[in-house]
Design a protein around this ligand. Structure first.
Ligand SMILES: [Fe+2]
Length: 489
């Protein structure tokens, strides 16, 4: 008996080998939309460096710089199928743009744990959502996977998860240089976020971690230009908490903390993963925690009806109020769906809602539904920015976004670009045009996956019109993953 997923994999493989017509593969894959998400995120095809010569359209000559992206790069570890979308060793990609030419380098991040498993020839560490096979030698430890985001900071590329310290990676050859503690300023028992935000006025970053040692605490840092962290707050929490992203306004930071808790006693049995020990408590509030970014004053907590959340858009201050844009899920159904990567079907996810919340007095307004990976012009962090770019999801294809959307948050029409029946998009990254200050002058760079070709591409759109500029084919399967960032040359 062959499962639908195995069938789709077999069809895809046979097609890649030229054994069947690609039209047949396209129909088979289109008939099982869940499989497109599986295909787009499954194991990378190869490590290497390539000059990308197959381009539809033309890459703008003014687009010069480097786009780094990272993804969980393998979905099987020595025969163990990984169960969670977040599981898998980090696979980092570097797209370099120069005078209309594009090169790509991509490889796994050689963390100590990855090397240790390779030398042992077996899975030794547990993933976020997958247990390692039991072993008489030792209890499997969690792996710190820098597979969620990559940022350039202080002459390094930092691979970020949020389960531990960042991993330092060479900016050019992408070789791993071990974990990074910001010159000893990140304590050993504090994790580091995957979503620091940067102040465009000062160039400083704002980051946080979960202090796990003597009592849980939300520990907030300024990432100083010296490369060192300065602790701004350590706010005690009565229990485990989850904070994936933050909002940075002109003078304030806003954390949105959903009612997610960890069953620590269950986790300590060693029989379950972190993902299995998560619980979502819809009778409890989601908390908006407002801090001053200069570290002064006490935190202000505003309670809001329960909502699950990963990502936010921008935030700004107006007449003494804070206006924040956030992608709120009305329940915790997304948590189970993320943990069904190895399944042939996934339970429906209640769509999330791009919600504008005005704090003090609290006011909610629904803008649109079912989206992820919001990005905007980083020069406009903390201001009343007009445009927000997102990847639109559907309940039937929760991990294979159908469209990218340019939202006009000042009342204009949204622009939507469809991926197409056998394609999925990732996170749209806004890149400003050099020398132009207008908010929407620039490009949107979005990685995509084409199931018919079983190939990853990078698409370039005009950010002002969303008109097609170029589609650069990689010749590879690079998992779509979650986040990345562009740095101008
Ligand atoms: Fe994220």
């Amino acid at each position: 008996m062959i499962t639908r997923r195995q069938f789709a994999k077999t069809i895809g493989l046979a097609s890649a080998l030229g054994l069947i017509e690609s039209q047949t593969a396209m129909r088979a894959i289109a008939a099982d939309r869940r499989s497109l998400g599986y295909l787009a995120y499954r194991t990378a095809s190869a490590e290497g460096a390539w000059t990308l010569g197959r381009v539809d359209g033309a890459v703008p000559k003014e687009l010069n710089g480097v786009l780094y992206r990272v993804a969980p790069g393998q979905k099987e570890t020595f025969g163990v199928a990984l169960r969670h979308l977040f599981d898998g060793d980090a696979f980092v990609s570097r797209y370099a743009f120069r005078d209309g030419q594009v090169t790509l380098r991509a490889r796994f991040v050689e963390t100590a744990a990855r090397v240790e498993e390779r030398n042992a020839g077996k899975m030794l560490y547990k993933e976020f959502g997958t247990m390692a096979p039991s072993s008489a030698d030792r209890e499997p430890l969690p792996k710190n996977q820098p597979n969620v985001n990559v940022i350039r900071w202080d002459g390094r590329l930092l691979g970020l998860s949020e389960g531990g310290h960042p991993t330092s990676i060479d900016l050019v050859d992408l070789s791993a240089r071990g974990e990074w503690d910001f010159y000893g300023t990140l304590p050993r028992d504090v994790t580091f976020t995957a979503h620091p935000r940067f102040d465009p006025q000062t160039g400083e970053g704002y980051a946080w971690g979960i202090r796990k040692g003597e009592g849980w605490a939300l520990t907030v840092y300024r990432m100083q230009r010296s490369g060192r962290l300065k602790e701004l707050y350590a706010i005690p929490q009565r229990d485990f908490f989850m904070v994936h992203d933050v909002l940075l306004a002109h003078d304030h930071l806003v954390f949105v903390i959903p009612p997610v808790r960890l069953d620590v006693a269950r986790l300590l049995t060693g029989q379950v993963t972190v993902a299995e020990a998560f619980g979502y408590f819809d009778s409890e509030p989601t908390r908006f925690v407002v801090l001053r970014k200069d570290g002064g004053g006490a935190p202000v907590t505003i309670e809001h009806p329960a909502a699950m959340v990963f990502h936010h858009g921008n935030a700004f201050e107006q007449d003494g109020k804070l206006v924040v844009d956030s992608l709120l899920f009305p329940d915790g159904s997304v948590l189970a769906a993320l943990h069904a990567f190895d399944k042939d079907s996934v339970a429906p996810v209640t769509p999330n809602v791009l919600t504008r919340v005005t704090l003090d007095p609290a006011r909610r307004a629904v803008v649109s539904r079912a989206e992820e990976f919001p990005r905007f012009d980083a020069r406009r962090v903390g201001t009343h920015a007009r445009y927000l770019y997102t990847a639109a999801l559907s309940a039937a294809r929760p991990f294979a976004p159908l469209e990218i959307v340019r939202h006009d948050l000042q009342g204009g029409a949204d622009l939507r670009i469809e991926a197409g029946e056998t394609r999925a998009f990732g996170e749209p990254v806004f890149v400003p045009h050099p020398g132009r200050r207008e908010e929407d002058r620039g490009w949107v760079l979005v990685q995509g996956y084409d199931a018919r070709r079983d190939e990853t591409f990078l698409e370039i759109r005009d950010a002002g019109t969303m008109d097609f500029q170029a589609r650069v084919w990689t010749g590879q399967h690079i998992p779509l993953g979650f986040h990345g960032n562009f740095y101008a040359a």
